[in-house]
Structures are given as structure tokens and as C-alpha cells.
Ligand binder design. Structure first.
Ligand code: NAD
Length: 300
């Protein structure tokens, strides 16, 4: 039986709709407009696309969007001074520093300079610690999006065997914490894992976050499992014409979809959920900063 497709594009639109409703309520009841500041250092083309998209979607849900575009040779002191200014600005509830930063800037230092309550990416060491100890935190956007889709599809995932392939700080590790928080039995697999196929075959939930095109073939997937493919890989697509490319995930979609119970496509799966969750985190941060009950269903 073919897998059910988990439509991240449609789900992200629903989340953005919920965010827009909360934004309207914050305005009407409290005269508050959540504000998101995005800081981009340098001119990395992919980062420019992300930042543009974030700004556009922030405005579309009725929030305030501020973009700070800094020169590639900006000093650490100047970047930290801007973060300090944004930390103190009451009209800004979320601060995101677009990664990667140019090599001369210390990413850990910069991220940890963001006020944890405004760290809508959830990368500050305090938020990592809060998540790891099951306390209320800002949750990294991509894993939060994956969790929302899993909860939506399954209702409860308690007691399920989950494998996260990849142990990055941005996706793999926080994803594992969130699954643990929802009472899954969690395995984190990585480049040194012995017999990865066998580890994946045991899993009711597979989250692939590696960055290697189609590395998980369908015959690794337990029949009926739910597959969340975080990977975004651009590969050559000669079938579309000379020099053409296409996006694929870390999972071989066709063969996995033939065995899985449900699967996220690439594109149109996890990708659109990431910005939707960034908007959700900004509303959550605004509510927390003002002692207002935060929206249900938009955080972990
Ligand atoms: P990363 O490079 O930081 O981490 C990759 C992880 O994969 C590492 O922990 C490594 O141990 C593991 N790995 C490498 N080779 C492996 C192998 N052969 N077997 C098992 N594990 C292996 O990457 P990341 O930032 O976590 O991103 C992973 C993928 O997710 C990338 O394709 C990235 O583009 C994508 N991504 C998508 C979104 C989104 O919005 N959908 C967001 C972030 C990242």
C-alpha cells in the first residue's frame, strides 16, 4: 500500500493561519504587535533567499519585520552591539541571526549573546539546556515542525520507536529531545553508527537529517513506519534538460513511499514548516514577554 503523504506545505499554511489569528488577537486585546528581527551578515545567496522569505512571511501574518543586513567584514564587536540593541528593544520579541556566519565571527559567542527569551531559533545554550531538561524553552524551528507533523498525523507518539539519523545541534539533537519529551524510545544514529540499515528497520518513526541525497533506501524502512525527511539536497537532473537540477531528500522517496505508512515529500514536506514555526515561536516569545497566555498547539 502506498504511504500517505504528509503535506508540509498545506500544514505550514494552517500554522501560519493560526499564527495570524493570534497576532490579530494580540493587537485587538493588548495593542501588541510581535516583532521579529533577522540579522544577515554577508551576501551568501542561499541565506539571502531565506531571509527574504522570512521577512515576507512575517509581514503576511501581521507581525513587524526588521532586517539588518551587515557587510561581510562586520566586526564581532559591531554585531554584538546590534544584538545588545535588539535585546533591549521592547518592540522586538524574536531575534534570528542567519547562519552560517562568516568565518571570522564566533557563532557560539554570537548566538549566546541573544537574550534567551528572544532566541526564536532555540540555539542559545539556555534554551538547549531547558529543552534537554524538559522545561519550557524556545524550540528549534525545524525539529518543532517535524514534531507538529508527527503529532498531527499520529495523535500520540508515546511509546513508539524513533530513529533520528544525524546529530547536528540544529536538527538531530533537538529532534531527539522532542521525541523523548513525547515519550518515544529514541535512537540517535550518525556517521559512525554500526549497521544503520538494521537500526532504521526497527523504527516506527524515522527522521532523516543528514544532507546526503537519497541515502536511505526503501528497504531500510519498516513497513508502515512514518518517515520524516529533513534533508534538502540539490542534484543534477539531466532528464529535465542540460544543466538542470532538482531537490531530493535524504530518503529515496519512491521506494520508501512504497513501504512507509506515511512520508513527507521533498520539496513540500519539512521545508515549509521551518519558517511557519519561526513565526509561531515569535508569537510565543511575545506572549511570554508580556505575561499573556501563549497559543496552544504552536509550541512543544
Ligand atoms: P549537519 O551536516 O550539521 O549534520 C549532518 C549529520 O548527519 C551529522 O550529525 C552526521 O553525523 C550525520 N551523518 C553524516 N553522514 C552520515 C551517514 N553516512 N550515516 C548516518 N549519519 C550521517 O546537517 P544539518 O544541519 O543537521 O542538516 C541535515 C540536512 O537537513 C541537510 O540536508 C539540510 O539541508 C537539511 N535541513 C533542512 C531544513 C529544513 O528546513 N527542511 C533545516 C535544516 C537542515
Amino acid at each position: 500500500m502506498a504511504a500517505e503523504i504528509i503535506d508540509g506545505k498545506a500544514f505550514a499554511a494552517k500554522v501560519r493561519g493560526q499564527v495570524a489569528e493570534h497576532v490579530a488577537r494580540l493587537k485587538a486585546d493588548h495593542d501588541l504587535v510581535p516583532g521579529l528581527a533577522v540579522v544577515l551578515v554577508g551576501e551568501d545567496p542561499a541565506s539571502q533567499v531565506y531571509v527574504r522569505s522570512k521577512g515576507k512571511q512575517t509581514l503576511e501574518v501581521g507581525m513587524k519585520s526588521v532586517e539588518h543586513k551587515l557587510a561581510v567584514d562586520t566586526s564581532e564587536a559591531d554585531l554584538l552591539a546590534l544584538i545588545d540593541q535588539l535585546n533591549r528593544d521592547d518592540s522586538i520579541h524574536g531575534i534570528l541571526v542567519q547562519l552560517p556566519l562568516p568565518k571570522h565571527l564566533d557563532e557560539d559567542l554570537v548566538i549566546n549573546a541573544i537574550a534567551p527569551a528572544k532566541d526564536v531559533d532555540g540555539f542559545h545554550i539556555s534554551n538547549v539546556g531547558l529543552l534537554g531538561t524538559g522545561q519550557k524553552s524556545m524550540v528549534p524551528c525545524t525539529p518543532l515542525g517535524c514534531l507538529m507533523m508527527l503529532r498531527d498525523y499520529h495523535g500520540s507518539i508515546s511509546g513508539m520507536d524513533a530513529v533520528v539519523i544525524g546529530r547536528s545541534n540544529i536538527v538531530g539533537k533537538p529532534m531527539a529531545q522532542l521525541l523523548l519529551g513525547d515519550s518515544c524510545t529514541v535512537t540517535i544514529a550518525h556517521s559512525r553508527t554500526k549497521d544503520l540499515p538494521e537500526v532504521v528497520r526497527r523504527a516506527d518513526i524515522v527522521v532523516a537529517a543528514v544532507g546526503r541525497p537519497e541515502m536511505v533506501p526503501g528497504d531500510w524502512i519498516k513497513p508502515g513506519a512514518t518517515v520524516i525527511d529533513v534533508g534538502i539536497n540539490r542534484i543534477d537532473a539531466p532528464e529535465k534538460g542540460a544543466g538542470k537540477t532538482r531537490l531530493v531528500g535524504d530518503v529515496h522517496y519512491e521506494s520508501a513511499a512504497a513501504r512507509a505508512g506515511a512520508i513527507t515529500p521533498v520539496p513540500g514536506g519539512v521545508g515549509p514548516m521551518t519558517i511557519a514555526c519561526l513565526l509561531a515561536n515569535t508569537v510565543t516569545a511575545c506572549c511570554r514577554a508580556n505575561g499573556i497566555a501563549e497559543p496552544e498547539g504552536l509550541t512543544a
